[in-house]
Design a protein around this ligand. Structure first.
Ligand code: NAD
Length: 356
């Protein structure tokens, strides 16, 4: 076994159907007395219900979460939290809402309780992406790591399949890259393989029948593990490329991850055979070379988009994207070349299944 460093992140996970009811004691456990509940406008009803559970420990509800956490939304929410004398934030929603909670915590240092309602995994990481002047900056800071996460699968019953599928694929991407990360270690790799296995098994059932409570619980378990992997090891080509595509071409986050993932895996397959063997095994396949095509098949099975063309990428932007992707060197198992990325993007644009 090679030598390694494993950064164990602190955090408390409360998991199970109906356990949102424990929110108030969880808040008190953190020594907080008044929490501002955060959400998107679409999830206002859920957030109002959550505020009701808090009773007098609710400082109010703010439904101003916006995708990619624009800095102005953080300033507005922080000012409101100060006016309402909130000493904690309860983020009820997906990565967008959790991002707003993280943004306020970054400035105030007060605790965030995350109540995730998608599978993207943000609740388990000390990572925040904030957009300012049209540029999305990503940073790591322990202040933003939610102190407590309540995974209540009852909350995902309302998640439309078109959001559930891509958000689960987004989580799987954290584990795929975690398995070939520069600082991968035996513990992060255990979580990664198990996270892919749980999500890949559950997601097709979740999108086929949102009433399948067991499948929703298994998907949450997988997204927890995949989020934890993102929280403790570095990412590579796939995440950098998705960041470039999202930032420069305004493509939707989870869908971009879904489309790029099989192609990024194929790009790295020869350079990371042990990781591919574990990904394939987690997807129920025996051969390492089945990893990338099986990721493509999974995206198709959950009804998620499989081509960049389908999610609004302009064909005349592909060359520019390849140029941008090689501008800031970073770790990746296979050398990152402009010609190689151009081929990857062409395959992803046309939605070709890897391994033809
Ligand atoms: P999202 O939070 O943007 O949610 C998508 C839409 O689904 C929203 O309109 C939301 O209101 C709605 N929704 C969420 N849950 C619902 C439910 N249960 N029922 C009905 N509607 C529901 O989606 P996401 O994919 O979770 O988050 C994407 C964002 O998260 C991106 O900005 C991405 O950068 C960020 N992210 C951050 C990290 C991190 O570690 N920092 C990790 C993953 C994703």
């Amino acid at each position: 076994m090679h030598s390694f460093v494993y950064d164990q992140l602190p955090g408390r996970v409360v998991f199970g159907a109906g356990r949102l009811a424990e929110l108030r004691p969880e808040l008190e456990r953190l020594g907080a007395t008044r929490a501002l509940v955060l959400c998107t406008p679409e999830q206002r009803d859920t957030a109002d219900r959550v505020a009701g559970l808090l009773g007098p420990a609710s400082a109010g509800v703010h439904d101003g979460a916006v995708m990619h956490t624009p800095m102005e939304t953080v300033h507005t929410a922080r000012a409101l939290a100060a006016d309402l004398r909130a000493d904690a934030y309860v983020a009820v929603g997906g990565g967008t809402t959790i991002g707003l909670g993280k943004g306020i915590a970054l400035e105030t240092g007060r605790p965030v309780i995350a109540v995730p309602t998608t599978y993207s995994g943000s609740e388990m990481t000390p990572i925040i992406g904030i957009t300012e002047g049209g540029v999305k900056r990503t940073l790591r800071d322990m202040k933003v790591l939610p102190r407590t996460v309540i995974y209540d699968p009852d909350l995902t019953a309302s998640l439309p399949p078109a959001i559930a599928g891509p958000s689960g694929m987004n989580a799987i991407a954290h584990s795929v890259e975690g398995l070939y990360a520069e600082n991968a270690n035996p513990v992060s790799s255990l979580m990664a393989e198990e996270g892919i296995r749980a999500l890949a098994g559950a997601l097709p059932r979740v999108v086929a029948d949102a009433g399948d409570a067991q499948a929703r619980a298994e998907a949450f378990y997988g997204s927890w593990l995949c989020g934890a992997v993102l929280g403790c090891v570095g990412m590579a080509l796939h995440h950098k490329l998705c960041h470039t595509l999202g930032g420069s071409f305004n493509l939707p986050h989870a869908e971009t991850h879904t489309v790029i993932l099989p192609h990024a895996a194929a790009y790295n397959a020869a350079a990371a055979p042990a990781a591919m063997a574990r990904i394939a095994r987690a997807l129920g396949r025996e051969r390492a070379e089945d990893a990338a095509p099986s990721l493509f098949d999974l995206a198709r099975a959950v009804g998620a988009p499989t081509s960049l063309a389908a999610i609004g990428m302009p064909a005349d932007g592909l060359a520019r994207a390849a140029e941008l992707a090689v501008q800031n060197p970073y770790f990746n198992p296979a050398p990152v070349t402009q010609a190689g990325i151009a081929r990857l993007l062409d395959d992803a644009y046309h939605g070709r299944r890897p391994g033809r």
